[in-house]
Design a binder for this molecule. Structure first.
Ligand code: ZN
Length: 105
């Protein structure tokens, strides 16, 4: 039998009577979704030449390689009802961050 526990508070959620919520998140670079527009300047540019130049540069000098775009990440968490409610109320933890700042005496 698979064992489940809340990823936030650690509460055991294995019993079928325990309500368990699955939180799925995806973090993807915005450009991958085609958000960038295709401008006329893009069409004028010779991409094959530019690409060939870039590849030549990379082969000649691998240390200069641009930082890789982070791949899309899929995250999954199990939450108990209480933690689900807290998460939905403040998904990015902004309130928590504010409170931490103010709690410094
Ligand atoms: Zn919890």
């Amino acid at each position: 039998m698979r064992h489940f526990s809340c990823d936030l508070c650690g509460k055991d959620l294995t019993a079928p009577a325990d309500a368990r919520y699955v939180l799925r998140m995806e973090v993807a670079p915005a450009a991958a979704g085609g958000v960038n527009c295709l401008c006329e300047a893009d069409l004028d540019q010779d991409h094959l030449d530019a690409m060939a130049d870039m590849l030549d540069d990379l082969e000649a000098n691998p240390a200069d390689a641009p930082p890789a775009v982070p791949p899309t990440q899929h995250l999954e968490f199990d939450l108990c009802p209480g933690c689900r409610q807290k998460f939905v109320a403040d998904p990015l933890g902004r309130d928590r961050a504010k409170k931490l700042r103010f709690s410094k005496n």
